[in-house]
Write a protein that binds this ligand. Structure first.
Ligand code: NAG
Ligand code: NAG
Ligand code: NAG
Ligand code: NAG
Ligand code: NAG
Length: 443
């Protein structure tokens, strides 16, 4: 009696799994047909609930092994489907989805340009999660990490599939008929200022983030989505995701071929840079710099530690290369990009599998050897080798010590050397960057 019951249960589970695989195959084939209808978001996983069903009875798993022949057949069937699926994905060509993960003041705008400049094949978005973070910010500042992580993931998933709907609900004021004049830093995405996405200029509408390359009216997100679908590759830059692990569903989404590039920088340099760029928010630090005293237990110090820990934990997950991240994760240090911009840009392109165009090469050349005429806090034009050591003369030794204390493990992981005196901090003949290679084989 019980045997019979279990057999039917196993069949149901197997059918559910196969059904789901079928869905994936048809979704992928949909993707292959050139004129596609807008993609529907991934449905909640059927097989997950099927697994839940199995777990209801603790003994079910052991019973499964007794039903080996049935189970093996099902497994083979499943493997068949999985094979077909990967063939379809393989031939779907080369659409890549690149997520550039960073924190503020790590040169992410600069590195984002490597992809923004790629040309007609790339749809690039600059900090779309700005809207999400802003609307989820709680009264006392900060966000609910769980809720934010989920919203970030859903919005990113939509955007990688050219669906702006999840993002729209976070844009303030809400877009009307999918048209908005409030998209943060629209002008930083060349894709959003192209001829085809540029609606006629409207005199009366104030657009804070207006296109610089041409005069455009408010952004029609339907048009933007159409343009996105025409492009071969998609890149999003974000300084808002806290933990790489929270993005695992994106890596496992069969509609996406996602590559994560995590950009990190010496936390002492980041602090020095933030104290200048976000001056008003760093009044405490500036006061401590003058006084020479930093409280051991302070919210600001705890926040710094929290940031460092998040960055380190994300990198630890990436460097461990779990199967869901295999060939999908690359760690890049700001300092290496600043010192060897062309080499690092080429490596990043190699990792993503996208051709490194002459256009990108030109951009890198122009923007790393340029003179010091740069201006503005988000400026990307700088003499990058010079820039990389500048912080050593702007941060007081006392503050460098605090960073070393709370960000020690993070610094060790990335190969940033500690200083043990003010003299060492400002002695340019001593490099604070260990030569380090993180993951070598991407193939
Ligand atoms: C779960 O397993 C227990 C112990 O083997 C059994 O008594 C019970 O009937 C099972 N329940 C279901 C829903 O299969
Ligand atoms: C797997 O696919 C092959 C070829 O398409 C087929 O001959 C075989 O019967 C399939 N096996 C199962 C278990 O479905
Ligand atoms: C954060 O959000 C989650 C999910 O929305 C909720 O369950 C949880 O209670 C929230 N936590 C706090 C501290 O508000
Ligand atoms: C936005 O663009 C779509 C498609 O390009 C078009 O159908 C729609 O009318 C436009 N919306 C507005 C408000 O102009
Ligand atoms: C950039 O900075 C380096 C180091 O200070 C210097 O040697 C080089 O001449 C500078 N290049 C330009 C183009 O200013």
């Amino acid at each position: 009696m019980r045997m019979k019951y279990t057999i039917s249960l196993v069949f149901i589970v197997a059918l559910v799994i196969i059904e789901k695989e079928n869905n994936i195959i048809s979704r992928v084939s949909d993707k292959l047909t050139p004129k596609q209808t807008p993609q529907t978001p991934l449905q909640p996983s059927n097989s997950a609930s099927a697994l839940g069903l199995l777990k209801l009875n603790g003994s079910s798993f052991s019973t499964l092994s007794k039903l080996d022949p049935v189970f093996t057949l099902m497994k083979r069937r499943l493997e068949n489907y999985t094979e077909q699926r990967s063939e379809v994905i393989g031939s779907a060509g080369n659409r890549k989805h690149i997520l550039l993960l960073a924190t503020t003041r790590t040169g992410s705008s600069f590195v984002g340009e490597f992809f923004n400049q790629q040309g007609d094949n790339m749809f690039y978005l600059f900090e779309p999660l700005w809207h999400v973070e802003r609307s989820l910010t709680l009264e006392g500042g900060g966000t609910n990490a769980t809720a934010a992580a989920r919203a970030y993931r859903e919005v990113l998933q939509g955007l990688f599939l050219c669906d702006f709907t999840p993002l729209e609900s976070f844009i303030d004021p809400l877009p009307v008929d999918h048209v908005t004049s409030a998209l943060f830093r629209r002008e930083s995405s060349s894709s959003l200022c192209e001829e085809s996405v540029c609606s006629p200029f409207v005199k009366k509408v104030f657009e804070r983030y207006h296109c610089r390359t041409r005069k455009c009216g408010p952004l029609n997100l339907t048009t933007a989505s159409e343009s996105c679908q025409q492009k071969e590759h998609r890149t999003i830059k974000s300084v808002r995701v806290r933990q790489l692990e929270t993005l695992r569903p994106l890596a496992e989404d069969p509609r996406l071929d996602i590559k994560f590039i995590q950009l990190v920088r010496d936390p002492r340099a980041v602090l020095a840079s933030r104290m200048v760029a976000f001056s008003a928010k760093y009044n405490n630090w500036k006061k401590w710099a003058v006084d020479g005293d930093v409280p051991i237990d302070d919210d600001e110090v705890r926040k710094l530690k929290g940031n460092c820990d998040n960055i380190r934990m994300s990198a630890e997950v990436g460097l461990r290369q779990p199967s869901w991240l295999r060939r999908r994760y690359m760690l890049v240090r700001y300092e290496d990009i600043a010192r060897f911009p062309m080499r690092k840009a080429a490596e990043m392109y190699k990792f993503t599998g996208i051709p490194f165009t002459p256009q990108v090469k030109d951009w890198v050349l122009k923007n790393t050897q340029a003179s010091n005429e740069a201006s503005g806090v988000y400026s990307t034009q700088k003499n990058s080798s010079e820039q990389v050591e500048k912080w050593r003369f702007s941060i007081p030794y006392k503050l460098a010590q605090v960073v070393q204390r709370v960000c020690g493990p993070t610094m060790k992981l990335f190969g940033y050397k500690f200083v043990n005196s003010e003299a060492m901090l400002t002695d340019k003949s001593i490099s604070l960057i260990e030569e380090k290679i993180f993951i070598q084989n991407f193939s």
